[in-house]
Ligand binder design. Sequence first.
Ligand SMILES: Cc1cc2nc3c(=O)[nH]c(=O)nc-3n(C[C@H](O)[C@H](O)[C@H](O)COP(=O)(O)OP(=O)(O)OC[C@H]3O[C@@H](n4cnc5c(N)ncnc54)[C@H](O)[C@@H]3O)c2cc1C
Length: 538
Amino acid sequence: MADVQEPLVRRKRKKVLVDYLVQFRWIVVIFVVLPVSALIYFNIFLGDMWSAMKSEKKRQKQHDENVQKVVKRLKQRNPKKDGLVCTARKPWIAVGMRNVDYKRARHFEVDLSAFRNILEIDKERMVAKVEPLVNMGQITRATCPMNLALAVVAELDDLTVGGLINGYGIEGSSHLYGLFSDTVVAMEVVLADGRVVRATKDNEYSDLFYGIPWSQGTLGFLVSAEIKLIPIKEYMRLTYTPVRGSLKEMAQAYADSFAPRDGDPAKVPDFVEGMVYTASEGVMMTGVYASKEEAKKKGNKINSVGWWFKPWFYQHAQTALKKGEFVEYIPTREYYHRHTRCLYWEGKLILPFGDQFWFRFLLGWLMPPKVSLLKATQGEAVRNYYHDNHVIQDMLVPLYKVGDALEFVHREMEPGFEHQHRQGDTSYAQMFTDVGVYYAPAAVLRGEEFNGAEAVHRLEQWLIENHSYQPQYAVSELNEKDFWRMFDASHYEHCRHKYGAVGTFMSVYYKSKKGKKTEKEVQEAEAAILEPAYADEA
Ligand SMILES: Cc1cc2nc3c(=O)[nH]c(=O)nc-3n(C[C@H](O)[C@H](O)[C@H](O)COP(=O)(O)OP(=O)(O)OC[C@H]3O[C@@H](n4cnc5c(N)ncnc54)[C@H](O)[C@@H]3O)c2cc1C
């Protein structure tokens, strides 16, 4: 293609032991990770059912008691002796991929594991009050039968409300509702001094309300959130449109699919997603909620993509490249979680034959492996291997930059508000969108040298130069100066000082940065300097 630079040519790399450990990891996955994951999922499911059987009053009472335990624990901390505060959640349990070095150095843990209940579904206020460890699978199981849903539902079942508010939170309906945190009505937060406050967008804690998103838990502990609900219908009418052309043309087709050039709201779908399969082929999908009466009309095709034996979603969507545009109706909850079973396309790396017909029928019901167990069973060598040879990055970019972002990623990895009105923008906001880059780079698959750290570093520089953002769940190579070139620190620092977080909670850069890789290195680095950004004030 004339406008795309070809990927860099790289030298062959010599295979080492860890390459084979990764290549044959599927053995551990099949015999250990999958069966144990199934047991864990079942156990969690029983716990959720048990919680749902309790009265709202009882759940709220237990919640209040648990909040008091957090307050008590925070007050036990001796700032002279103890490290900075963070949650007791084990690094391997979280879905995010960053190093989480701070958990391998001195720190003071506060256990939030009890906060996993849906406290209330208020159909009148159209608000769900939930605790931070409630995950997406749990919330859709409760709300979908009522024809209600959170306005932004993340696709992987295991992503939690607390992680999506404090971490990232973008999905196929974000062109209408914004980030997950934009759909939050109120947050209950335990501050560094043990005060429990309820922050909303217009009360005395509104600065905290706007400071918490993407702060990675460094302003206080979120102990519950009230989140906007929307009415939904039973099915998603999904249109799959194949696109062939350059990456720029695909980016344009993506923008056209949900941000009509004439700005006509009637043409804006409820959901949007685009998948790029090669540098010249992609499929754009737009979804509109549909009633069961409509879905079941003669001639309409219903596809329950959630069944364990069904083709993986990204492969199913790819069939549009062969058969042309098609439309089908997917049960709404199954649509929300369409990428859960195969973890987008990461499932193929973990289980190279997982997408085969025989595997899906025989063992597909055990999928997906729990990300936490995958992480727990990988060991340090494999973890570091993934950091260097595997990409999981999202890029929050202005919509008009998607073509450039795709070209940049194609070349490097192969797989400020602008005062101009561009496609998708409104008079008061600029449309940003997510470009997700997941999988092993083609160079790694070909056995060539690939420097993951350098590639990520260049990606970060590209994001800074293009007024875009890197969500901090991913491995970051940013130094502190560049971190604060990407993000505006002013409001965050105001909240850090006003709410006493300095000297109690870690700074967001300290939590996000990629540091040393071994436990010993981390401890040595930590002994040298505790919290770089705020060392003089702590
Ligand atoms: C393959 C893959 C695909 C992904 N796809 C998407 C996607 O489509 N959309 C999207 O939005 N994100 C996506 N993510 C990223 C995801 O949003 C982040 O990993 C996110 O941080 C949620 O993870 P978690 O629920 O495990 O939270 P955690 O990683 O546990 O938490 C995230 C941060 O929030 C803090 N935190 C969590 N709970 C609290 C609390 N109660 N109080 C204070 N701080 C808290 C944690 O300390 C941490 O710093 C993806 C990640 C991967 C690996």
